[in-house]
Ligand binder design. Structure first.
Ligand code: NIG
Ligand code: FE
Length: 419
């Protein structure tokens, strides 16, 4: 079968295909080819290997691209973002610098609640346009799939509005969007003295969101003075009954037992985990819950990093994402996340590539379609303007992505959008 496109002379081709682990804790077990090629037809990979590509892959109409010895990896999966929101919160910066804690700003009606006020007022078009621009920037950093949560509506009308925007973006933007319902992100002002009332409201919303087929995942902010472990258990169990896959913001700021709950409910992932307990790590490992780590949030809040090495040593699957949101992490730059993971968490280049590709794909339950460059999978891949993998993590703070392909179509060429 002849290809539509062949990319050849790839100096380092990280296919991301998972190899058998040499050691229990091995997170570097992905395939790396040298002098590789990739062949694509109808948006899917039909050939991948080392050396010269087989002649039968090429016909008269096949387009050939010489990668000139550069590095190619699978497209990045940013598996935790709060993409859909309106307004910004730079007014909180002086407070943050003076040391006012994140949860204190929220308690005073700022933080998430301030974004809720703006998002409720915004039109669908305003939300769409703002998110569209962000997706363009993410694409330039090599991202090809994005998970996107609601959670700045905290009422039916605005939560649905946010999720409708997810759907529209998935249709109109080249990147794929995976939609998550996060009605349990905070207790809205109108329910400030009646949290139970809001929890019942969330249960009603779950049904409607599922009926309208607007989200695959249900998430919750399990945190001190937001939703405690018991409330989180109740809401997530109800979500499961409605057919949602589960995920949870767990032990982000206070060690509350969110990771233990994730293990008990066998959620797909547990997110943040900066304050996870040893028992929590054991539960994640035992129940195959993916630890989705968001180091740019630690960096921005000036908090400690999640104990990633400890988790890897216990056999926990680790993913990395931006957590892009207007409060704790107004950052859509996954390469900054990758740089922080290297310099501060001491993850190796291959561990980081794995955490942002195939493990990110597992977080959004798309590992059969994306996350690695294997025959039959989507041709989502990134060409870095470097001749070895280490360089990406060595020369920090700049964008090393040169070209991005989504479903076999080039969407970034020489660092600029081209779709
Ligand atoms: O993942 N922690 C809860 N949600 C976001 C922050 C949202 C916001 O501050 O607007 C997070 O950090
Ligand atoms: Fe988050």
């Amino acid at each position: 079968m002849a290809a539509d496109l062949i990319v050849y002379n790839i100096g380092t081709l990280v296919t991301g295909k998972e190899l058998e682990k040499k050691f229990f804790e091995d997170m570097e077990n992905i395939e790396v080819l040298t002098n590789g090629y990739l062949a694509i037809k109808d948006g899917k990979i039909i050939g991948v290997g080392e050396g010269e590509f087989p002649k039968e892959l090429k016909s008269e109409t096949t387009k050939l691209i010489d990668a000139e010895g550069k590095v190619v990896t699978p497209g990045i999966v940013d598996s935790h973002t709060h993409l859909i929101h309106y307004g910004s919160r730079e007014n909180e910066l002086p407070l943050k610098i003076k040391g006012v804690p994140y949860l204190e700003i929220l308690k005073q009606g700022g933080g998430i609640l301030s974004t809720v006020r703006n998002t409720r007022k915004a039109t669908e078009k305003q939300l769409f346009d703002k998110a569209f621009e962000v997706l363009n920037r993410m694409a330039k950093f090599g991202v090809t799939t994005v998970e996107s949560k609601s959670g700045y509506g905290l009422n039916l009308e605005t939560e649905i509005k946010q999720l409708e925007v997810n759907k529209l973006l998935d249709e109109k933007h080249p990147l794929d969007i995976v939609s998550t319902f996060l009605g349990a992100h905070a207790v809205p002002e109108e329910y400030s003295t009646n949290k139970t009332g809001y929890i019942e409201e969330i249960i009603k919303m779950l049904k409607i969101v599922k009926e309208k087929n607007l989200a695959e995942f249900c998430d919750i902010f399990c945190e001190d003075s937001v939703f405690d472990v018991e409330e989180s258990r109740y809401i997530l169990n109800e979500a499961k009954k409605e057919g949602f896959d589960l995920r949870i913001h767990a032990d982000e700021i206070v060690s509350l037992g969110g990771a233990e709950l994730a293990g008990e409910l066998m959620t797909v992932s547990a997110e943040h985990l900066m304050a996870v307990s040893d028992k929590g790590i054991e539960e994640l490992a035992k129940n195959n819950v993916i630890a989705n780590i968001l180091p740019a949030t630690s960096f921005n809040l000036g908090k400690s990093y999640a104990p990633v090495r400890k988790m890897i040593n216990k056999g926990v699957t680790v993913a990395l994402s931006t957590d892009y949101n207007p409060g704790s992490c107004p950052c859509e730059n996954i390469q900054l996340v990758m740089n922080i993971a290297s310099a501060q968490i001491k993850m190796t280049p291959l561990e980081i590539i794995k955490a942002t590709t195939i493990n990110g794909a597992k977080v959004v339950k798309r590992e059969k379609e994306i996350g690695s460059l294997e025959i039959g999978k989507k041709a989502d891949f990134v060409v870095y303007d470097v001749d070895n993998l280490n360089y990406i993590f060595y020369n920090i703070g700049i964008n090393h992505v040169n070209d991005v392909f989504k479903n076999g179509k080039q969407i970034v060429k020489d660092k600029e959008l081209c779709y």
